[in-house]
Design a protein around this ligand. Structure first.
Ligand code: NAP
Length: 314
């Protein structure tokens, strides 16, 4: 089958498009999915080093690795013992980062990682949802326990995760302050549901005011935004590892970093929101599978608006 393979450590230069990758065979409890589209998370190749290039059991991970851990596709085969899933069903999902990903004609998924594809979306739009949508969902509702009436500052609001976070937070009744470095993202963010749009250098206006900060940028932007959290608030980040607990303590707030986990049940809820027209999937660009390397390079150059999607099959 066709696939993108990461042949060695050290990132984008080690990606290759091949046409003779072995087609995976579903084992007990597994599902084989024919991939129609997968989305690009530009920083993904760096995540394997934070997993120590190991398998889930700690043993060294073998190359090649197929990247791209979210997908939209159709169930092609069912392994022994799988119930409630049938061949021919359209599914979307987020796969464990410890297994091969979906930049390939076929991928193995576990039933708990997948959900029915949103009916209102084609495969390209659906593939932009699982990783970014779940990261935003888990940040807001599983970690920050965001509720109606609270205020939230979202840093990196126009990117893949941020564009979902703005929509989910707004849908939940929170007051959303969206932060972006680009003035021309203003209308885009207001249309997604932000009440206010700000740059990264104007946080003094929100001093000790917000209930929740969602940091999707890290570095200096993360450092300077601690001033905005109110005592008793929650500062959640997806970037750069554990947060400096002395900063959280000084602000009287809780600070936590987390890594998204596959969750078919949450994806089913997100699909409902999409099908009811409350949330939209934001695609920046669509490229063919063979151009994955260019998609990673462009994504890493930064300032993305929504997701880049790789079309695997039409
Ligand atoms: N922990 C987890 O489980 C998890 C899961 C998914 C993603 N992540 C991480 O979360 C972060 C956001 O992911 P994403 O997929 O939303 O990324 P993305 O689509 O690239 O968006 C990141 C946003 O950051 C903003 N930004 C600010 N300063 C930037 C700079 N110097 N260079 C580039 N962008 C800059 C950009 O928006 P403006 O131009 O508008 O400022 C950009 O849209 C990434 O670091 C990713 O690795 C972590």
């Amino acid at each position: 089958m066709r696939a993108i393979e990461l042949r060695a450590r050290d990132g984008v230069d080690k990606l290759e498009f091949v046409e003779d990758a072995p087609k995976p065979v579903p084992g007990r409890g597994e599902v084989l999915v024919r991939v129609y589209a997968t989305s690009v998370s530009p920083t993904e190749l760096g995540w394997y080093s934070s997993m120590n290039w190991s398998n889930e059991d700690g043993t060294p991970r073998a190359f090649p690795i197929v990247p791209g851990h979210d997908f939209s596709g159709v169930v092609a085969e069912i392994g022994e013992g799988v119930e409630g899933i049938n061949t021919g069903e359209a599914k979307y999902g987020l796969l464990s980062f410890y297994r091969n990903g979906a930049e390939a004609d076929y991928v193995i998924a576990l039933p708990r990682e997948i959900a029915p594809k949103p009916r209102s979306l084609g495969h390209l739009e659906a593939a932009a949802v699982p990783l970014s949508g779940l990261t935003a969902w888990q940040a807001l509702f599983d970690h920050a326990n965001l509720t109606s009436g609270q205020s939230i500052l979202i840093l990196g609001a126009s990117g893949g995760v941020g564009s979902f976070a703005v929509q989910f937070a707004s849908w939940s009744g929170a007051e959303v302050i969206a932060a972006t470095s680009k003035q021309n993202n203003r209308e885009f963010l207001l249309n997604l549901g932000a009440k206010e749009v700000t740059g990264y250098s104007s946080f003094q206006h929100f001093s000790k005011k917000v209930d929740v900060v969602l940091d999707l940028v890290g570095g200096d932007v993360q450092n300077s935004s601690w001033s905005t959290i109110r005592a008793g608030g929650i500062f959640v980040s997806t970037v750069g590892g554990p947060l400096p607990q002395e900063k959280a303590a000084a602000a009287g707030a809780k600070g936590l970093f987390f890594i998204v986990t596959p969750n078919g049940k949450e994806l089913a809820k997100i699909a409902e929101l999409i099908d009811s027209g409350k949330v939209v999937s934001q695609i920046q660009k669509v490229l063919p599978l063979k151009d994955a390397k260019a998609a990673f390079e462009e994504g890493l150059s930064g300032h993305n608006r929504g997701k880049t999607v790789l079309q695997v099959s039409s």
